[in-house]
Design a protein around this ligand. Structure first.
Ligand code: HEC
Ligand code: HEC
Length: 357
C-alpha cells in the first residue's frame, strides 16, 4: 500500500491520535487511478470537472470551504455510505458499492489535491448552542427557498438528512452558513445574519437530526442471467412518452399484468440494497464492460432502466444498451423517486439479521 493512502487510512481508523500536519502527495499512478474512478463513478452528477450540479443538484466538489472543513471525515462518510434519501448512494463495498476503502481514500486525497490542497480547518465538534424556535424563523426567511421548507432539498442539499446530520458536527454546518460554498449558489451569510442568528439556525438544523436506524446486512443481488421477470409472460405493450420513456403508471401496469421484461436498476448497487422495484437487477451507470451484457436475452425482450437522477444514469445505460444492439429498451420517466412518491411499491435488498455470502 502506498504511503499517502496508508496515512489516510490510519486517519480513518482513528489509530493515529495526532493527525499529521501535511498529507503527502499522491503518486502519479494513484492520481491517475483516482481521476479515472472519479470520471467513472462521480462525474455523472458532480460534473466532469467537479463543478457540481450536473445532475440532481449534486454539490460542487471544488469548493474550498467544503474541502477545508469536510476533509477527511465528512468526505469519506459521504462517499462510503452516501446520503440515504438523496441520489448520493454509498460506494463502499461493505454496503454493496463498487469501491474498497483504499480506493475511496485515494479518491478523497485526489479530490483534495484537485481543489488545490487547502489547509484543513480544525473546527472541533463542540455543539453550537442556539434558540431552535428563533432558528426556525431564520431558516424560513433565508434558507427554505433553496433547501426546502422542511429541509427536503432543492437547489441546495437536503439539510434534514439524518445521515448528513449524523456525520457533520455543528461547527461544520455553522462554517458553511457563515462562509458559504465558494463557486456555488450557497453564499456566506456573514454579512446578512448576526452571529446569534447563525447559531440559532445551526441549532435548528441540528434539532432535526434523528439517529440512523441500524441498517440490515446487504445481500448478493441477482445476476443479469437471472434478470428476466415473468419469463412465460407476453411481451409488454405500452406507449412511449417523450421519446424513449415509459411512465411509472405504465410500468406498474406491465408488472401487474406479469409481462416478460428485464428491469435494470442503474444506480450504485448500494441503492439497490436500500430499496428497488421488485424484480430489478443492478446494472450500474458506470458499467462499460459490454461482455457483461452477454447474459441479457437478445430475443427482443424489453429492457427497462431506471435511476433516481431521475433519468441521467438510466439514460446513459439505455444508450449503452442501444449501442450494443438491444432495440427494445425504455427508461422510467419519473425515476424511482417519482415511483415511490406516486405510491408504487419497492422492496429492500437487505435482509434483517442475516449476512449473505
Ligand atoms: C446520482 C448522482 C450522484 C453520483 C453519481 C454521486 N453523487 Fe455525490 N452527491 C450527490 C447529491 C445529490 C449530493 C447531495 C446530497 C444531499 O442532499 O445531502 C451528493 C453529496 C456528495 C458529497 C457531500 C458534499 C457536501 O457538501 O456535503 C460528497 C463528498 C460526494 N457527494 C462525493 C461523491 C463522489 C466522490 C462520488 C463518486 C464516487 C459521488 N459523489 C457520486 C449526487 C451524486
Ligand atoms: C440561493 C440558494 C441557497 C440559499 C438561500 C441557502 N443555501 Fe445553503 N446551500 C445551497 C447550495 C446549492 C448548497 C450546496 C453547495 C454546492 O452547490 O456545492 C448549500 C449548502 C449548504 C450547507 C452545506 C451542506 C453540506 O452537506 O455540506 C449548509 C449547512 C447550508 N447550505 C445551510 C444553509 C442555511 C442555514 C441557509 C440559510 C441561512 C442556506 N443554506 C441558504 C444553496 C442555498
Amino acid at each position: 500500500m502506498r504511503l499517502a493512502i496508508t496515512l489516510i487510512l490510519l486517519l480513518f481508523s482513528g489509530v493515529a491520535s495526532a493527525a499529521p500536519r501535511s498529507i503527502p502527495a499522491l503518486e502519479a499512478a494513484d492520481a491517475a487511478a483516482a481521476a479515472a474512478d472519479y470520471q467513472r463513478y462521480c462525474a455523472l452528477c458532480h460534473g466532469a470537472d467537479r463543478e457540481g450540479h450536473a445532475n440532481d443538484h449534486a454539490p460542487s466538489l471544488r469548493s474550498q470551504s467544503l474541502m477545508q472543513t469536510g476533509f477527511p471525515w465528512l468526505i469519506r462518510e459521504a462517499i462510503s455510505y452516501g446520503r440515504p434519501g438523496t441520489p448520493m448512494g454509498g460506494y463502499l463495498d461493505e454496503i454493496g458499492g463498487p469501491m474498497n476503502i483504499e480506493e475511496i481514500g485515494r479518491l478523497m486525497l485526489w479530490l483534495r489535491e484537485q481543489a488545490g490542497s487547502p489547509e484543513r480547518l480544525r473546527l472541533g465538534a463542540e455543539a453550537v448552542s442556539g434558540d431552535v424556535a428563533a432558528g426556525a424563523v431564520v431558516y424560513a426567511d433565508n434558507c427554505a427557498s433553496c433547501h426546502g421548507a422542511n429541509g427536503e432539498g432543492g437547489t441546495g442539499t437536503v439539510l434534514a438528512n439524518p445521515a448528513m446530520l449524523a456525520t457533520t458536527p455543528d461547527p461544520f454546518l455553522r462554517y458553511a452558513i457563515e462562509h458559504g460554498r465558494d463557486g456555488t449558489p450557497m453564499v456566506g451569510f456573514a454579512g446578512t445574519l448576526s452571529a446569534t442568528q447563525m447559531d440559532d439556525v445551526t441549532a435548528y438544523l441540528r434539532s432535526r437530526a434523528t439517529s440512523r436506524p441500524d441498517a440490515p446486512a446487504p445481500v448478493q443481488p441477482p445476476s443479469l442471467a437471472e434478470a428476466v421477470i415473468n419469463p412465460q409472460g407476453a411481451a409488454p405493450e405500452f406507449e412511449f412518452m417523450n421519446g424513449h420513456y415509459l411512465s411509472a403508471a405504465e410500468l406498474d401496469r406491465l408488472l401487474r399484468e406479469k409481462r416478460r421484461m428485464v428491469l435494470l436498476d442503474t444506480r450504485v448497487p448500494s441503492m439497490w440494497q436500500i430499496g428497488h422495484i421488485e424484480g430489478a437487477v443492478p446494472l450500474p451507470y458506470y458499467t462499460d464492460d459490454a461482455a457483461l451484457l452477454a447474459a441479457l436475452p437478445r430475443d427482443g425482450t424489453w429492457i427497462i432502466t431506471y435511476c433516481e437522477c431521475p433519468r441521467a444514469a438510466a439514460d446513459s445505460v439505455n444508450r449503452f444498451l442501444r449501442e450494443q444492439g438491444f432495440e427494445n429498451t425504455a427508461v422510467l420517466w419519473e425515476g424511482i423517486g417519482g415511483w415511490v412518491a406516486l405510491g408504487y411499491p419497492t422492496v429492500t435488498g437487505r435482509v434483517e439479521g442475516r449476512v449473505s455470502e
